[in-house]
Design a protein around this ligand. Structure first.
Ligand code: ADP
Length: 714
């Protein structure tokens, strides 16, 4: 059963209960009250009748006394001769007397009116009572010849008495009715009849009230009865029913009102909520909202519902955005793979093609040199691409660590610009460096990363500019945390506004045709921004299609201790001190250990060409054998990934066997973890593959030049 119907049933059931209880209560309270009123009223009326009845005694006695005191009555009782005695039967006429009796002082009754003989025992008993009470006046009710009378006795002469009696008959009842205005009747009663007033309802209209009439000996002889109209009851009963009816009506009206209120305030709103929830459950519109009225629980529910829909909506939107992003990322990755394939194949084609061409023995030395330089350039491009991909994966894995060292800022800037100067010249565009403020001679930052970021931004600017040029502006902002600002502004093709937010996303290129036209992997800006963030800064861009772009780089840094400020002109003249290469002391014996013959030969050739005496081994075990045979090596160049015994084990074993010279590790794994493992195994330096001749030589010479004691282990 629905909650609504249950509640409706409950309301009406409680209303019915309330009505029943109310009715019983009203009946229990009002009915006795009405009957009490009725009783009281009846008793009052009865009292009036009783008092009228007693009044007849008073009147009768007064008459009796008046008459008894008449001289002639006295004579009649005493038999005085000088007074004309009253003739028997002569009695007051102005009274409706049924009996008139005189008693002689000896108690002899003489009946002046009425038919009872002198021997009537009742009269004898009556006189006896009179005499017992000292011949004092006596009145009351008496039965004479089975007929009841009211009587009054008054003393006459010496214990004689005059007695008047009036029958308690219909006449008397009529007189009482006349006096009281009530319907009075007198009825004979048994001697043992109750001696109390008695009120009883005969029907809904009439009520009978009666009082006992006792004779002079206190015996119940009659009952005076009054028939009364039940006015109070007749007026009270409809009142009771009206109250009951009012209770019923009020109860049902209240129930209906409460139900209507609940229906409107609860079910109406619940229905709206339910419909909204159902619409959503059926996949309906998530934009719908429920109007929140008031501040009750249902209003709170509606507000929560709205919040929930907002939440679902947001979640759906984020999901849609996430899936859109995932799709975009997927598209970008597919595009990236396609680009990569292009980017890798292009230099590889050149490398392989020119390598093949170089096999021709008839090539002139000039041609050979040209081919070599082409092969090298393409190899460099390939290497740069691989570095980018690796850089990004390292950044995404959170493995980029910045190494803040004092760095000559003006020299670094000049160096970066110089490295792009050739390309700008080739494109016949301007590449300028301007200092907007004085800058510190040395700043604390990771020079390698800063160079990488600047190179990327300047490289892009040159790449996408055909006319005009590229201006690099440097500005230093002193403060608690100083900031280095570098703006790279070009007059190139610009970036459409819609593409601006995405240019820093990995694998993103504004236009796929860029790849074909300008080359690139879409990774440069993503890497640059991430790196700038790891240096405590960021990169932003503003651009206008056709007019050019401006990339603003800022990084938080500090001037190195005691670093003086360099004015713009001085800064432009700066040279990179660190550029000066150490003098090469290419002497000494080197053991080259690598399983890959091509790499081994390359390393050996580079070293021997520079004056080193070189020996070789193609795995760790062989290297140990050679070290045992001839232990005069000054340096060991050790590949880390080798079969039989790898470089890590070999380095550790060499150290155990007492080799104290420097060991240079070569590895294709360039992550920080690999570097740590190499050093832990006993190596002194680390060089990532592919090996560049210049870097290899630099490292070897540097290691040989170090104090042998300080680097070698005992
Ligand atoms: P890419 O290797 O393709 O240059 P980047 O991440 O460096 O990758 O750049 C992403 C894209 O941003 C570029 O393909 C190009 O569309 C756009 N872009 C970057 N720099 C510039 C610039 N200076 N002028 C115009 N477009 C640029």
């Amino acid at each position: 059963m629905k909650l609504k119907r249950q509640l409706l049933g409950l309301f009406y059931a409680s209303a019915l209960g309330a009505v029943l209880i109310g009715t019983v209560a009203v009946y229990q309270i009002l009915t006795p009250a009405v009957s009490d009123f009725e009783d009281d009223a009846a008793r009052r009326e009865l009292a009036r009748v009783e008092s009228a009845f007693l009044q007849t005694f008073t009147t009768l006695y007064a008459r009796t006394r008046d008459w008894a005191e008449m001289h002639r009555v006295d004579a009649l009782v005493t038999g005085e001769s000088d007074v004309v005695p009253m003739v028997p039967g002569e009695a007051p006429d102005n009274l409706r007397l049924d009996r008139v009796v005189i008693f002689s002082p000896a108690g002899e009754p003489t009946m002046l009116r009425g038919d009872a003989g002198p021997q009537d025992p009742t009269l004898v008993d009556l006189y006896a009572t009179y005499a017992e009470r000292g011949c004092y006046p006596l009145w009351g009710v008496v039965s004479l010849n089975q007929k009841n009378y009211i009587f009054a006795m008054h003393p006459v002469a010496d214990c004689g008495a005059a007695l008047f009696a009036i029958a308690l008959d219909g006449q008397m009842a009529m007189e009482l009715s006349g006096v009281t205005g009530l319907d009075v009747s007198l009825q004979s009663a048994q001697a043992d009849a109750p001696r109390k007033s008695h009120i009883v309802a005969i029907d809904d209209v009439t009520l009978s009230a009666s009082f006992p009439v006792l004779d002079y000996q206190q015996r119940s002889v009659m009952r005076g009865q009054v028939t009364l109209e039940r006015e109070i009851y007749q007026r009270g009963a409809p009142l009771i029913w009206s109250v009951v009816l009012a209770v019923i009506v009020v109860a049902f009206l209240t129930s209906t009102l409460v139900y209507w209120f609940v229906q409107r305030q609860v079910f109406g709103r619940l229905t709206i909520l339910h419909q909204a929830v159902r619409r959503i459950a059926q996949g309906g519109d998530l934009k719908q909202r429920i109007r929140v009225r008031g501040s009750d629980e249902l209003a709170e529910l509606a507000a929560d519902f709205n919040a929930m829909v907002d939440h679902i909506n947001d979640a759906q939107q984020s999901l849609a955005q996430a899936s859109e992003r995932a799709e975009a990322a997927n598209r970008a990755k597919s595009l990236f793979l396609a680009n990569m394939s292009h980017e890798i194949r292009t230099p590889m084609t050149a490398i392989l093609g020119y390598t093949e061409l170089m096999e021709n023995p008839s090539l002139s030395a000039e041609e050979r040199q040209r081919y070599l330089s082409i092969i090298q350039q393409n190899g460099d491009a390939l290497m740069a691409l691989i570095s980018d991909v690796l850089d990004l994966s390292r950044i995404e894995a959170g493995q980029v660590r910045v190494d803040r060292q004092p760095c000559e800022l003006p020299a670094l800037m000049k160096d970066v610009l110089n490295s792009h100067l050739l390309r700008a010249k080739q494109k016949d565009i301007r590449l300028s460096l301007q200092y907007m403020t004085a800058v510190p001679a040395e700043v604390l930052t990771d020079a390698f990363r800063l160079r990488q970021i600047l190179s990327n931004l300047i490289g892009n600017a040159i790449k996408f500019t055909e006319n005009g040029g590229v201006d690099v502006r440097v500005q230093w902002e002193d403060g608690l945390q100083s900031v280095l600002h570098v703006e790279i502004a070009d007059t190139g093709i610009g970036i459409p506004e819609a593409a601006l937010p995405n240019v820093f996303e990995p694998f993103s290129q504004v236009d796929e045709s860029h790849t074909r036209r300008f080359g690139g992997s879409g990774l440069g800006l993503a890497i640059a921004r991430q790196l700038s963030r790891s240096l405590g800064g960021n990169i932003s861009v503003s651009s206008k299609v056709g007019e050019g772009s401006a990339f603003q780089l800022h990084i938080q840094t500090l001037a190195a201790d005691n670093s003086k400020r360099v004015q713009p002109e001085q800064a432009l003249a700066a040279e990179m001190k660190s550029q000066r290469l150490p003098a090469i002391r290419a002497t000494g014996r080197v053991l080259v250990v690598d399983d890959n013959q091509v790499n081994r030969l390359l390393v050996m050739r580079v070293l021997s060409q520079s004056g080193f005496v070189v020996a070789e081994a193609d795995n760790g075990v062989k290297a140990l054998e050679r070290f045992t045979e001839e232990d005069d090596f000054d340096l060991i160049v050790l590949d880390m990934q080798m079969p039989i015994m790898d470089g890590f084990d070999a380095a550790a074993e060499l150290r155990t066997r007492g080799f104290t010279g420097p060991i240079l590790a070569l590895t294709a794994n360039v992550m920080a973890e690999d570097r740590r493992r190499c050093l832990e195994a006993g190596c002194d330096e680390f060089l990532g593959k592919p090996i560049r001749a210049r870097h290899l030589l630099d490292a070897c010479v540097r290691m040989m030049n170090r104090s042998p004691i300080s680097t070698r282990r005992a």
